[in-house]
Design a protein around this ligand. Structure first.
Ligand code: PLP
Length: 459
């Protein structure tokens, strides 16, 4: 890449960054002695930083977002064409891309019916929580209002979504949190909590135990990631989801699936829950919806839920009294329509399954070679390798070593991720989520870099 256009200005950019930018999720102290990373260009699977380094991005923009890759002119054009027509009107009125994307999205989600636009994954989850609470008031006099969430899952950075946050380190020092959120155990079989054969069912039964303890007439909803993302790429054990669905039915509990990471192709189906044949009441999504070309998130629900909020003229409060100002931006759905077209026309779901299998095979081969890999997990192009100091005891490796592996991959020109200081003692999983356009060569380069990094850090 020729970055000469930027070279005169780049020291000014870095200076401005140091002086005024507050980066997300990182400690700034190191920037007193080293430069912050500034990404100035992206094309396909690769980005270039201000220093001219070319980097293969194995994490789709850092946080599982750029599903169709960088530099998509057709998405930029779709957004441009829409913005010069009309950029915004509050979503109490409709828009052409807003309506069309809603229709296209629902076509991919049999059983679902209504799309509510918001700006971020956190906000989409908040909308679902608000609806769940309102349903509790409308139907159960406010009693069936508790929302269950799972240990190690993450649903956002706002106070209510953190109240449903299963990653303790992220929550520390931000309480007190919102009442009425109750934790259920995680389902990671590698770190067994029950010594049984049918682990999936047992882990789901643990949810039922919490429901019975709390009182089924107080529990309104269960909110889960289909595959836990930042909590360590936790793929559900066999039988888990089927049992979860049964439990929800049995106790009349709404099922809210957080597809903010898994949604829009990441796991090789349009949505992660579709692997397991379950029927959610709420599905939230964000990152891959427009691959980061515009900010858009959606809360999707059923016609049954939608109908609860209309047709009751005796109650003036009986509608969803909520707005998201930028949920009325037209750039988001315009980008999302084109993003979806690309996934379909380029066969990216099929590619995701194929390349996901290759990633898993490569990781399994690395596990044979490196005793530090205790477990590999994944679904589609969403894979993880958990690092342990001892395979017998499964003691996690020191987090600094995990960061050293990430840094060493970076030095080889490959950006990988890791569970991010959110699980005390368990920040030990390397995370891979390349764009859905990844080729076999890309995958081999990514796992090749991990191979070398593990050798360097652990020998
Ligand atoms: N839900 C999940 C599973 C996530 O991983 C995230 C963010 O990483 C969120 C929700 C929050 O999304 P946002 O950062 O867009 O608010």
């Amino acid at each position: 890449m020729n970055n000469s256009v930027y070279s005169n200005d780049i020291s000014e950019v870095v200076e401005a960054d140091r002086a005024h930018l507050w980066h997300h999720l990182i400690q700034h102290k190191p920037f007193e002695t080293s430069d912050p990373r500034v990404i100035i260009e992206g094309k396909g699977m690769r980005v270039w930083d201000a220093k001219g380094n070319e980097l293969l991005d194995a994490v789709s923009g850092g946080v599982w977002t750029v599903n169709v890759g960088y530099g998509r002119e057709s998405i930029a054009k779709a957004v441009y064409d829409q913005l010069i027509k009309v950029n915004y009107f509050a979503n109490s009125a409709g828009s052409i891309p807003g309506s069309i994307f809603a229709k296209k999205l629902i076509e991919k989600m049999p059983g679902m019916s209504r799309v509510y636009y918001t700006n971020s994954g956190s906000e989409a989850n908040e909308k679902a929580f608000k609806m769940i609470r309102q349903i509790a008031h409308k139907r159960y006099g406010g009693k069936k209002h508790k929302i269950l969430y799972r240990d190690r899952d993450y649903h956002g950075a706002t106070i209510a979504t953190m109240s449903a946050g299963g990653q303790d380190e992220r929550n520390a020092q931000y309480g007190p949190f919102v009442p009425g959120f109750v934790k259920v155990p995680h389902c990671l079989e590698y770190r067994k909590q029950w010594d049984v054969e049918n682990y999936g069912e047992r882990a789901a039964d643990a949810i039922e135990e919490v429901i019975l303890r709390e009182g089924p007439d107080t529990v309104g909803a269960l909110c889960l990631e289909p595959v836990t993302a930042g909590g360590g790429v936790i793929t559900p054990p066999q039988g888990y989801w089927e049992r979860v669905q049964e439990i929800c039915k049995k106790y009349d509990i709404l099922l809210h699936i957080d597809e903010v990471v898994c949604g829009v192709g990441r796991t090789g189906t349009w949505f992660g829950y579709q692997h397991f044949g379950i029927k959610p009441d709420f599905v939230t999504m964000a990152k891959g919806v427009a691959s980061g070309y515009a900010a858009i998130a959606c809360m999707v629900t059923t016609e049954e839920v939608f109908n609860m909020f209309k047709d009751d003229s005796s109650d003036p409060m009986n509608y969803f009294r909520d707005i998201s100002t930028f949920g009325g931006c037209t750039a988001g759905p315009a980008a999302a329509i084109e993003n979806m077209r690309i996934i379909e026309d380029e066969g990216l779901l099929e590619n995701t399954i194929k390349m996901g299998e290759r990633t898993m095979n490569n990781l399994r081969a690395l596990m044979e070679k490196h005793r530090v890999i205790g477990d590999v997990r994944g679904k589609g192009l969403f894979c993880g390798a958990e690092l342990v100091a001892d395979r017998q005891t499964k003691e996690p490796v020191d987090e600094k070593k995990v960061q050293a592996v990430v840094a060493e991959c970076g030095a080889q020109g490959v950006i990988i991720g890791a569970t991010n200081r959110s699980l005390p003692g368990f920040n030990n999983t390397l995370c891979l989520s390349p764009a859905l356009i990844a080729t076999a060569d890309d995958i081999d380069q990514i796992t090749g870099a991990i191979d070398k990094a593990l050798t360097k850090v652990f020998s």
